[in-house]
Ligand binder design. Structure first.
Ligand code: NAD
Length: 490
């Protein structure tokens, strides 16, 4: 018999054991493509957080005493476990989130990438420190990086497997212990990953998971025993997390929402650029923080985009992400579908031209799915709501700019600055875009400008609250602090 992929009632993982939430209230999670019930998730409570933090604090002294290479060996074992259970992780991700199996492949693979990078923690921690002898007569100076205690990780729904793993491997490899709060909309990928972490024999309390929603987050933010918080989600919540962590003296990195602009020059490679733009804006049904949402056609490029995009969007095959040939799944929930549709309504009302309308799309065999088809607006103006607010659905807004100066002006006026891309075959155009645009992740002929795990990940302006970014070297700096000893031996 094949293993059941979904537990009936999600529990918390605290001190190495699965425990029911102190809050009996549960919500049913359904597969967004089929409507089938997958299981229940607790609403959660601050008491669950207290229990998890207690377990994490108890585990911390012994865990930080382990040599860094011993901690890293647990991650080598976790990597092997994830590879051995790879297909199952993809299927859980697709069924709880709705994205296609190919997209789940990106989700799970990028999580493994971070585990692999964190396996190098002994060298990374060494490189982040430093020593100099004879800074004065007979005196040497040594800086080491030390872990700080318990860190919390709070995740959004759009990458159920990957986002918590932008943080967890680095936090524990550098000697901290963690409490993870997955998105209450997609808890099952993390449940499976925690089962795998249990199987590799991580000491109890090193990794803990508390499920739930707002009360759990606020319990984390108010805890006096948490050293820092890594948050990913929408900008209003990121700002709230940032402010509350500041008020309670915690380190914080809060990655927020996005409104990503792609600028297209008429010297681009048209066939490749159009395919890449469609993949960026329709991938994961537009629910990627790096998705291109506004496409700016510079000069004659606008008319070419107007002509080519409708035909390219018609090629997108919407359906159940588990099925071969499907290139776009549903959005996460009925509520989110309503929100995306209401933005399309707003775009029509404010005078943008709706050229491809995804509002009425249905999938005959899946009447309970949360479907929104590819949608294209042309004649979009910068002041329109659809050009200003994050829609987080498969909607492309096409805008015209007479030259790059005007394109840069529009893009730089936007308060969010997560990612941005340019399509061109001219190096000088590309260089100028990379140099001047505010977004902290910039793509050149790449619509999903995702830095790999050994680079930092995160935006700027209203898309990022904090200082040190997710994964890579900055993550090690976030999870450790400097200690400098000035030594003289008589
Ligand atoms: P969200 O902000 O609704 O939720 C994120 C987390 O915060 C969840 O764990 C949720 O339980 C919690 N939360 C929600 N409302 C809260 C409140 N009022 N008080 C306390 N906690 C609360 O985000 P989402 O809808 O799950 O995810 C989509 C958002 O995440 C988009 O805005 C997207 O751009 C963003 N995102 C950003 C990045 C990035 O790298 N910058 C990556 C992925 C997703």
């Amino acid at each position: 018999m094949t293993k059941k992929l979904f537990v009936e009632r999600v529990q918390n993982y605290i001190g190495g054991q699965w425990k029911a939430s102190a809050n009996p209230e549960h919500v049913t999670i359904t597969n967004p493509a089929t409507g089938e019930s997958l299981g229940q998730v607790p609403t959660g409570s601050a008491r669950d957080v207290d229990d998890a933090v207690k377990a994490a604090r108890a585990a911390y002294p012994a865990w930080r005493e382990l040599p860094a290479q011993t901690r890293a060996r647990y991650l080598f074992a976790l990597r092997d476990k994830m590879e051995a259970n790879y297909q199952e992780l993809l299927e859980i991700c697709t069924q709880e989130h709705g994205k296609t199996l190919a997209e789940s492949n990106g989700d799970v693979r990028r999580g493994i990438d971070s585990v692999e990078v964190a396996c190098g923690m002994p060298s990374t921690m060494l490189n982040e420190g430093g020593a100099l002898e004879q800074i004065s007569a007979g005196i040497d100076c040594v800086t080491v990086r030390q872990p700080m205690g318990v860190f919390a990780i709070i995740a959004p729904y759009n990458f159920p497997s990957m986002v918590p793993f932008w943080f967890l491997p680095y936090a524990i490899a550098s000697g901290n212990t963690v409490v993870v709060k997955p998105s209450e909309q997609v808890p099952f990928s993390q449940v499976r990953l925690f089962e795998l972490m249990h199987e590799i024999g991580l000491p109890p309390g090193v990794v803990n998971m508390v499920n739930g929603a707002r009360d759990v987050v606020n319990g984390i933010l108010d805890s006096k025993d948490i050293a820092g918080v890594s948050f990913v989600g929408s900008s209003p919540v990121a700002e709230h997390v940032y402010a509350r962590c500041g008020a309670t003296g915690k380190r914080v990195q809060a990655l927020g929402g996005a409104k990503n602009f792609g600028v297209v020059m008429d010297d681009c490679d048209w066939d490749k650029s159009i395919a890449n733009i469609v993949d960026s804006s329709m991938g994961c049904a537009g629910q990627r923080c790096l998705a291109l949402s506004v496409v700016v056609g510079v000069g004659k490029a606008y008319a070419e985009l107007e002509k080519r995009l409708p035909a390219a969007l018609a090629q997108v095959k919407v359906g159940n992400g588990m099925d071969a040939g499907v290139t776009m799944g549903p959005v996460i929930s009925a509520r989110h579908r309503e929100k995306v549709v209401s933005y399309i309504d707003k775009g029509v009302a404010e005078g943008a031209k709706l050229v491809v309308d995804g509002r009425k799309l249905t999938v005959a065999s899946l009447p309970k799915g949360h479907w929104v088809g590819p949608t294209l607006f042309t004649e979009v103006k910068p002041e329109m709501v659809i050009a200003r607010e994050e829609i987080f659905g498969p909607v492309v807004c096409l805008m015209h700019a007479k030259d790059m100066d005007e394109a840069l002006k529009v893009v730089k006026a936007h308060p969010l600055a997560n990612a941005s891309s340019i399509y061109t075959s001219n190096g000088a155009h590309a260089r100028r875009w990379c140099k001047e645009v505010d977004a902290a992740m910039v793509g050149v002929n790449i619509g999903v400008a995702a830095p790999m795990a050994f680079f930092g990940f995160g935006g700027s302006k209203g898309s990022f609250f904090g200082d040190l970014k997710g994964h890579g070297r900055e993550q090690v700096q976030f999870y450790t602090q400097n200690k400098t000893s000035i030594q003289r031996w008589w």
